[in-house]
Design a protein around this ligand. Structure first.
Ligand code: AHG
Ligand code: MN
Ligand code: MN
Ligand code: MN
Length: 334
């Protein structure tokens, strides 16, 4: 039974012992993300009323047209984390390079770096479909007090100390893990407080939902085509249901709750797929694994990949354990 009386603030304090290393610092960090999420939530909610829908007029490093809310959310998270000097570095989908936070008076002694996808599913904003934010936190590998380096950000996902997402949906939720299971909190907008609504989230081992942009079918590798046909075949508990929102956060959130597989494979048009290893795949992989699921690039565990660059892309298969394993089998045998 969900403990609807417990707030996120209380939960963070009670579970400080779960945070690896310096507990106070990581708690403050999660707290600032919670705060920035409220600011973004407020803006997303009124997007149709104020002039914040549509394109910003610039392209980001990914070659994507930035939406006004992409820029707003990016600034909101960076400002909150920078002003409070809570981390020593930030990398974002919307910035070419990483940001170094050096501190005002003393050298910044903070030990954590944050990697964010400030607004996920931004092409859906204009049509009032759920969007999200994804974050990933690592302990820096270079010594505290010195400026962060690329090395601090290019760590394999297994080194994450925390990861989470915020979903700005019919209700706003924050779901995160520090490596001790996954918990979900729902915002009560009347009082601006998040309550523990989904304690200890677990993804079913099997599911009946497959989520993929099937419009790209013709460009997919043979293994993916075969797996899609398997999902559609009338046999045992199949055909599965197809559900694809086009917002990674929403698609993964639904699949965690109901059971399912999400995949964004490589294609003849995009040799590494579309999703970003550091801002999207690693944090989602950490959350889904902590919920009992699996995440791979079709062959190898996502979280064991050694990143080579900030904006690296990777094929992504993520969700219910048995479904991901089945997809891997098709990949291997193709
Ligand atoms: P973002 O809005 O952060 O750039 O991410 C978009 C991603 C992800 O949210 C979604 O699952 C995927 O792009 C959808 O891509 P397609 O439109 O190619 O299916
Ligand atoms: Mn984008
Ligand atoms: Mn995204
Ligand atoms: Mn984004």
């Amino acid at each position: 039974m969900a403990d609807h009386n417990k707030t996120l603030g209380e939960f963070i304090i009670e579970n400080q012992k779960d945070f690896a290393y310096s507990s106070g610092e990581l708690s403050r960090l999660i707290n600032s993300i919670r705060l920035a999420a409220k600011v973004v939530n407020h803006e997303v909610n009124k997007a149709g009323l104020v002039d914040i829908l549509g394109a910003f007029g610039d392209k980001n490093i990914q070659g994507e047209e930035q939406q006004k809310l992409d820029v707003f959310a990016n600034e909101a998270f960076i400002k909150t984390l920078t002003n409070r000097e809570i981390v020593c570095g930030i990398a974002s989908e919307e910035n070419d390079g990483f940001i170094t936070i050096s501190g005002r008076e003393k050298n910044n002694q903070n030990k954590y770096v944050v990697l964010i996808d400030p607004l996920d599913g931004s092409s859906n904003i204009d049509v009032n479909v759920s969007v999200g934010t994804i974050f990933s936190i690592y302990r820096r590998v270079t010594p505290a007090g010195t400026p962060v380096t690329l090395e601090d950000f290019l760590q394999p996902g297994v080194n994450q100390v925390a990861a989470g997402y915020i979903i700005y949906g019919t209700s706003t939720m924050i779901v995160y893990t520090t490596g001790h299971g996954v918990n979900g909190f729902t915002l009560n907008p009347a009082i601006g407080t998040y309550y523990l609504s989904h304690p200890n989230m677990c993804i079913p081992e099997d599911g009946h939902i497959y989520s993929v942009n099937e419009g790209n079918y013709i460009h997919f590798p043979q293994g993916v085509k075969d797996y899609i046909k398997y999902c559609q075949m009338e046999e045992d508990d199949r055909p599965y249901t197809s559900r694809y929102i086009g917002s990674l956060v929403s698609d993964i959130h639904r699949n965690i709750l109901k059971g399912g597989i999400y995949f964004y494979p490589k294609s003849s048009k995009a040799s590494k797929g579309k999703l970003r290893l550091l801002y999207e795949c690693n944090p989602m992989a950490f959350i889904v694994e902590q919920a009992g699921g699996k995440a791979s690039d079709g062959f190898n565990r996502i979280m064991e990949i050694q990143p080579k660059e900030l904006h690296e892309r990777v094929p992504f298969f993520c969700g219910s354990k048995n479904m991901v394993e089945k997809a891997e089998e098709f990949m291997k045998n193709a």
